[in-house]
Design a binder for this molecule. Structure first.
Ligand SMILES: [Zn+2]
Length: 535
């Protein structure tokens, strides 16, 4: 992560391009054509020529997203690391060649065989996918029997299947039919039967409803997708880390306005999200929105040495998730699909992405949307109840530890401090970037219910808050207590808590640089300044 500039220089130094650097450097050239230094300009010219030559060498049909330069990358990678193994333990209809790299490079034909790869220390799932020319989702769709759909279950040392094309890898079960299996993955039986790597023979296959396929056989489902699949936050985190690795490192002095490129900035001592924004002449929310996959919905966890994505202008940087539609995503940020397509840095065009409703955009691809407006992190929505005087809040956005309490204990409206001291150690109330107050203290400092209510969240939140408690005061107000210490919960979800109850203990979990309580009050979902209640 500390070698962005060195990597750039390395790429520029000559034709001895290593495979891993090849892709990022090509993208970099497209994204930042204007260096100030003439030497760099000259070498960029050389690189462009090299890139064009490589492009010609690897030319292939435009609508095939699954191969092109990535074949070369994957191939070189195999040669450099002997971790591509023959698949032996599982019955498969797929031939697994022992000489994968040579076969691919010699024929220039799309690979049809499934290969395996052993995850290396430091590998990001999105990087592995890019290296092999497939979507990150395909890795999950191919390995879910062994590793599930949670990115965190894919660790260094694990050997995973790498499909030759985007799609799923199906384990055949006794009694299955091809129509049903195809329908499950949203493809046709012919898609499966005709895929060469599956080696299915129509003459001996028998009926579609009871085909002659040995249980346990693995079949590539080209173009297949897993129903109800959404890319996890963890996968988008991988994508953001990979993006940061690929960006040039700089600051406001080395990249003065007008900036043409997206850069990475390394946080310094005493930096805040507000001071960084000021240095780059950006709105603070632009910093937050471009980095929310890394830092979540709160800037509490910005620490010296951390790298942040800096956009050239105010706007948003969206990490694509499989299943999203271009119209909806654009609408979210107040722009049109045409605006997104028109941004050259996005490297997408209407022809290549196809259907706007399910465009061919790899999960984890970043879309730069200048002028786009992100949403204020809105972690609460409301569900109707039979009693019009009671609004029940839904905070499942925060994570899996939300609950609907059946109890009723309404807030008094008389707020009290959530900590023994009113000392603010971190951010003040500064919406939409910081929507609450950071009370200082030490690990283990007791935290109090700021008013009476019912606990509707108690557990870990991936949104940057760490261990979190949310209290619904059932009068339109909700309070949130974040970064609670490990094992520091004193109440459970659903519990009714009178004002002043010790609900837990201060910690530094989640994105936090030190012990403090991140405390928010919301009214009908909108942030309220706790100072306005004398807190
Ligand atoms: Zn905070």
């Amino acid at each position: 992560m500390t070698k962005h500039n060195e990597e750039t220089t390395g790429n520029l130094s000559g034709a001895d391009l290593s495979s891993e650097e090849l892709l990022p450097s090509k993208k970099k050239n497209k994204k930042k054509p204007f260096y100030k230094e003439p030497v760099l300009l000259a070498v960029i010219g050389l690189l462009l020529v090299a890139g064009i030559l490589l492009g010609i060498w690897l030319r292939k049909p435009k609508d095939d997203l699954s191969n092109t330069p990535d074949i070369a990358t994957a191939t070189h990678d195999h040669q450099a690391t002997p971790f591509v193994k023959k698949e032996t333990s599982i019955p498969t209809a797929t031939n697994v060649p022992t000489e994968v790299p040579e076969v691919v490079i010699a024929t220039e034909e799309p690979r049809t065989e499934v290969i395996t790869y052993t995850i290396q220390e430091g590998d990001l799932l999105t990087e592995i996918a890019e290296r092999f020319g497939i979507w990150p989702d395909t890795i999950i769709w191919a390995n879910r029997y062994e590793h599930g759909t949670d990115v965190l279950e894919y660790n260094a040392g694990d050997t995973i299947f790498i499909l030759p094309v985007n799609g799923a890898y199906h384990k055949w079960y006794q009694g299955e039919g091809l129509n049903g299996v195809a329908k499950y993955y949203n493809v046709t039986p012919d898609d499966i039967i005709d895929f060469p790597g599956n080696n299915l023979n129509r003459d001996t296959l028998g009926s579609l409803s009871n085909p002659n396929i040995t249980p346990g056989t693995r079949l590539v489902i080209p173009g297949g997708t897993l129903p109800d699949y959404f890319a996890s936050d963890a996968l988008l985190y991988h994508a953001a880390v990979q993006k940061l690795r690929s960006l040039p490192l700089g600051d406001a002095e080395s990249y003065p306005e007008p900036r043409a490129e997206i850069i990475a900035y390394e946080v310094r001592e005493k930096d805040t999200i507000f001071s960084i924004a000021e240095d780059f002449n950006l709105e603070p929310e632009t910093i937050l929105w471009a980095n929310r996959y890394i830092i979540g919905d709160t800037p509490d966890g910005i620490y010296p040495g951390q790298k942040l994505i800096i956009l050239p202008e105010d706007g948003v940087y969206h990490a694509w998730s499989y299943g999203e539609g271009l119209n909806a995503v654009s609408r979210t940020y107040g722009v049109t699909p045409e605006d997104v397509l028109a941004e050259p840095m996005n490297e997408i065009d209407e022809e290549s992405i196809g259907d706007f409703a399910l465009p061919k955009i790899a999960t984890g691809s970043f879309l730069y949307i200048p002028g786009g407006k992100g949403m204020t992190p809105s972690w609460v929505s409301y569900v109707p109840t039979n009693d019009p005087s009671v609004k029940r809040a839904d905070v499942s956005y925060l994570g899996p530890y939300a609950c609907q309490s059946m109890l009723v204990l309404k807030g008094t409206g008389a707020w009290q401090l959530p900590t023994p001291s009113s000392y603010i150690s971190g951010y003040e109330y500064n919406p939409p970037v910081h929507n609450g107050l950071d009370y200082g203290g030490t690990i283990g400092t007791p935290l109090f219910a700021a008013d009476s209510g019912v606990v509707i969240y108690a557990g870990w939140s991936d949104r940057g808050y760490g261990n979190t408690i949310v209290i619904d005061h059932l009068n339109g107000y909700i309070s949130l207590y974040a970064h609670i210490m490990h094992g520091g919960f004193n109440v459970g979800c659903g519990q009714a808590v009178p004002a002043g109850t010790t609900i837990g203990y201060m910690g530094s979990t989640g994105n936090s640089t030190g012990p403090h309580l991140h405390f928010e009050i919301r009214y009908n979902g909108s942030p309220v300044n706790p100072h306005s209640f004398g807190l």
